[in-house]
Design a protein. Structure first.
Lengths: 97, 137
């Protein structure tokens, strides 16, 4: 399973390396096979480090993910795209009048 | 001056040489300026001008670590309290080095990380959204 963690300057500046290390360590501890891919930011900088999981061709995103959040994400089965407190919320739709 | 021999054939070799000297020695010693000028067939004034106008280059030996605090608009908007904290906890002003020689505090005009400011850079590592507690360890 592919997990994406950005490695551009902005993401590294808020701890993306530590998040990536925590994901690898936690996956190993739980015996979950993952492929970690370091990509560029999508530009949603307020959500960095933004972790994405490839679930059947769809990327599910979580952010901002600090290293101490990683165990909780595994507990919530983020590897199958399950929702978590760090799932970005859908913006509330404004009624058009 | 190995850097000179290695890099002087490059077009615009002055900046790469100065960066190499600073990387090795942590600053650009005064004595290096005439040597570099001679190697590149430039006047001492030209090299001196580049060293003194580009603030990335230190003219004197900095502390073991250099903290660059962003002073451009977006970060200053967010960091007034933090700047006081940085100066107070280090006991130095900008361009100053702590008495134990551990940390030099430098201002920097934009790290280009405005969306995640206030930003600072410790040695070569950028830190965004820096709060006093996290950045002042």
């Amino acid at each position: 399973m592919k997990i994406y963690v950005p490695r551009d300057a902005a993401a590294l500046g808020v701890g993306a390396d530590q998040t990536a290390q925590a994901i690898v360590a936690e996956a190993r501890r739980r015996g979950v096979a993952i492929e970690l891919i370091r990509n560029g930011s999508r530009g949603l900088l307020w959500l960095e480090p933004l972790v994405e999981v490839d679930v059947g061709g769809t990327r599910m995103a979580y952010g901002p993910v600090q290293s101490q959040d990683v165990a909780g994400l595994f507990d919530a089965h983020f590897t199958s795209g399950k929702p978590h407190a760090l799932s970005p919320r859908r913006p509330r739709q404004k009624s058009r009048t | 001056m190995g850097a000179c021999a290695r890099l002087k054939a490059l077009p615009g070799a002055l900046l790469p040489i100065l960066h190499a000297v600073q990387e090795t020695l942590t600053y650009i010693p005064k004595d290096a300026v005439p040597l570099i000028a001679r190697e590149l067939n430039l006047s001492v004034a030209e090299v001196h001008g580049v060293v003194t106008s580009i603030t990335t280059f230190s003219k004197k030996r900095p502390g073991r670590h250099v903290v660059h605090l962003c002073r451009a608009e977006a970060c200053r908007r967010l960091q007034r309290a933090r700047r006081r904290t940085a100066k107070a906890s280090l006991g130095v002003d900008f361009h100053g080095t702590t008495r134990d020689g551990a940390i030099t505090l430098e201002p920097v005009y934009c790290l280009g990380n405005c969306a995640l400011g206030p930003s600072l850079m410790i040695d070569q590592q950028l830190h965004g959204a820096s709060r006093p507690s996290a950045s002042m360890r």
